[in-house]
Design a protein. Structure first.
Length: 439
């Protein structure tokens, strides 16, 4: 079918690299294998031309608009593209009326609403009756959670597909294609190391548009030799990425060396070293959320109940990184790193967990003692489920001598608190409890 709006493909040589390389088929499309591999639901819907209204939810630069355009090219429907920035209710109603006329003629209309979360309630409501009647197939793209940004009535009539950030392998493959494709730099001689492509892929943090824009900037600023070859070196790439540590490899030895240095500096209560290694990782393009996750783990593994506030600080830092991203979240990570460095240290929780896991792996799976089993039916009560259970809140001491471990592990101790920080009080409390129970 003829499309109601056409894509501008005239400026193939002057358009940005990301536009020139926009995939036109599913075979050219990079990423989202969880949706588009053979046999996956979305792939089947596209192949069978059974598209229904849907929402593509994912971060910027992962291919939401491109996928909608590919679907438009494969489906037997008229295609209209809307943007919340430039389209008001008047424009929406005009297109809806045309779509209604098409429906009576047996022609479907596929309407793509980019940044659908930016449409206000009235604009979103204008789509609803036409989606219900089947006058349009709505495909909306959003970077925001649809549950909060899209009217519930409209959302209930759309299938939500979550698009994921592209991984480093996908982005590196895309960059390599850009250097070879005639639509990219295939007709130009470019001297560029493979490590530079990986560095750009890491810098882009899952965003294909950022990756291609960075590559284009690096090539345009490269040095041209007498033979016409463009040379892209570390200095040029560093200026384009505003990063000095270009060869930092998130999957290589340096990655593990630096996270180890950060971890062990905090464990050794050395905030200056910890902040330095943190900044080294960020400068190299490490994902802030990865560092934040490691801090959350450290808070329980190396600090634990010696200062339970450490876990709250680490989780808050993770949330701050999620909300803000780089570069603003660097100070939140520094906050958490210094706090964890200065907190009293205890690995009692970590050791308790490891010892318990070892017993679970190596010892027989003992049944739950009957006294702490639920007894929701009469038969289970007859079989003594729950017999002997003592409700601790009903005792004066708020304790009972009831056994909760299997008999074979009756005297087993997993949690052995230290005397560090606030865990000293926990140790004293536990000793009092054990003395009372054994008395």
């Amino acid at each position: 079918m003829a499309q109601l709006s056409l894509f501008d493909n005239d400026n193939t040589t002057t358009a940005p690299l990301a536009s020139r390389l926009r995939p036109e088929t599913l075979e050219e499309y990079v990423g989202q294998s969880h949706l588009l591999d053979k046999g996956k639901i979305l792939r089947q819907l596209i192949d069978k031309d059974q598209i229904s209204s849907m929402i593509f939810w994912g971060p910027p630069g992962v291919g939401k608009t491109t996928l909608a355009r590919i679907i438009a090219g494969r489906t037997n429907a008229a295609f209209v593209e809307f943007s919340a920035v430039s389209s008001g209710i008047k424009e929406i109603k005009e297109v809806m009326e045309q779509a209604e006329q098409n429906r009576h003629l047996g022609v479907r209309t596929l309407l793509f609403a980019d940044e659908i979360h930016r449409f206000n309630k009235a604009q979103q409501d204008a789509f609803l009756p036409y989606v219900e009647k089947g006058s349009i197939i709505l495909i909306g793209a959003t970077t925001e959670n649809p549950s909060f940004e899209i009217n519930s009535a409209l959302l209930s009539r759309c299938k939500v597909f979550v698009l994921k950030s592209l991984d480093e392998t996908d982005l590196t493959r895309l960059l390599s294609h850009a250097l070879k494709s005639p639509k990219g730099f295939g007709t130009t001689s470019i001297a560029m190391e493979e490590t530079h492509l990986h560095a750009i892929a890491r810098f882009a943090n899952g965003d294909a548009r950022t990756a291609l824009n960075t590559l284009e900037m690096a090539v345009l600023n490269g040095e041209i030799d007498d033979s016409g070859t463009i040379h892209v070196d570390n200095e040029v790439l560093a200026q384009c990425m505003n990063r000095r540590s270009l060869l930092y490899d998130k999957n290589g030895e340096e990655h593990y060396n630096l996270i180890s240095a950060l971890h062990k500096s905090m464990r050794n209560s050395d905030p200056d070293a910890a902040v330095y290694w943190l900044c080294r990782m960020l400068d190299g393009g490490e994902e802030p959320l990865y560092i934040a996750r490691r801090l959350v783990r450290f808070a329980s593994e190396d600090v634990g109940i010696a200062d339970s506030q450490a876990l709250q600080v680490a989780v808050a830092a993770y949330q701050a990184c999620h909300f803000l991203g780089m570069p603003e979240c660097d100070v939140h990570l520094t906050h958490a790193v210094v706090y964890l460095s200065m907190a009293p240290k205890s690995n009692a929780l970590y050791m308790a967990c490891e010892h318990a896991k070892e017993d679970v792996r190596t010892l027989p799976a003992e049944p739950v003692p009957l006294q702490i089993c639920n007894a929701p039916t009469a038969l289970m009560k007859e079989l003594d489920y729950g017999k002997g259970y003592v409700y601790a809140h009903e005792t004066q001491e708020k304790l009972s001598k009831m056994k909760c471990l299997p008999d074979s592990l009756a005297d087993k101790r997993y949690y052995l608190p230290t005397e560090e920080g606030k865990e000293k009080a926990v140790k004293e409390r536990l000793e009092e409890i054990l003395a009372w129970k054994n008395g």
